[in-house]
Design a binder for this molecule. Structure first.
Ligand SMILES: [Zn+2]
Length: 163
């Protein structure tokens, strides 16, 4: 009987450990932050973040191993910040779908860059969940949407506003 109780205690301990691990796993799931619009400032340009359509966020790890979050008012500010913080490792990057204003993962999104897109810091970048969404964001300009690597390349090779 004693061994059965011990077994049960053992099982309960194991279950608790599994549940704790599951809880940790849940906590570690990378989700975009909640931005307090009109209060929070952009990590790059220090301007207040007002427009969710162009707001972006980075979750990153510093060289000393701590995990941090940076939020931005313009997708271009995020790219510029990344260029200046090469030592920090990006864990996840998020942008907003221009149309629905929902967070989407930056790496899987489509981008349009045009002077027709008025963004807070003039980078002229809008993101869409699909190529068609990105195209719609730039409906006034005739351009081909880019994926994240193309956007990254373009942004790293041009300073500031869209051409
Ligand atoms: Zn900014």
């Amino acid at each position: 009987m004693k061994s059965r109780v011990n077994w049960l205690v053992g099982l309960a301990t194991e279950l608790a450990a599994v549940m704790a691990m599951a809880a940790c796993g849940h906590q570690a799931a990378i989700t975009p932050p909640q931005i307090h619009y009109g209060e929070e400032v952009c990590a790059f340009c220090q301007m207040t973040i007002d427009d969710s359509r162009f707001a972006a966020a980075l979750i990153y790890r510093t060289p000393d191993g701590s995990q941090k979050i940076a939020t931005f008012d313009d997708i271009g500010c995020m790219l510029a910040w990344q260029r200046e913080h090469a030592a920090d490792r990006t864990i996840a990057a998020f942008v907003h779908d221009y149309k629905s204003r929902q967070w989407i993962k930056a790496a899987g999104a489509w981008y349009a860059r045009s002077t027709a897109i008025r963004t807070p810091m003039g980078w002229g970048i809008a993101a869409g969940r699909t190529e068609t969404d990105a195209e719609a964001a730039a409906s006034r300009g005739k351009l081909k949407p880019m994926d994240f690597s193309e956007l990254w390349f373009t942004a790293q090779n041009t300073q500031g506003a869209a051409k």
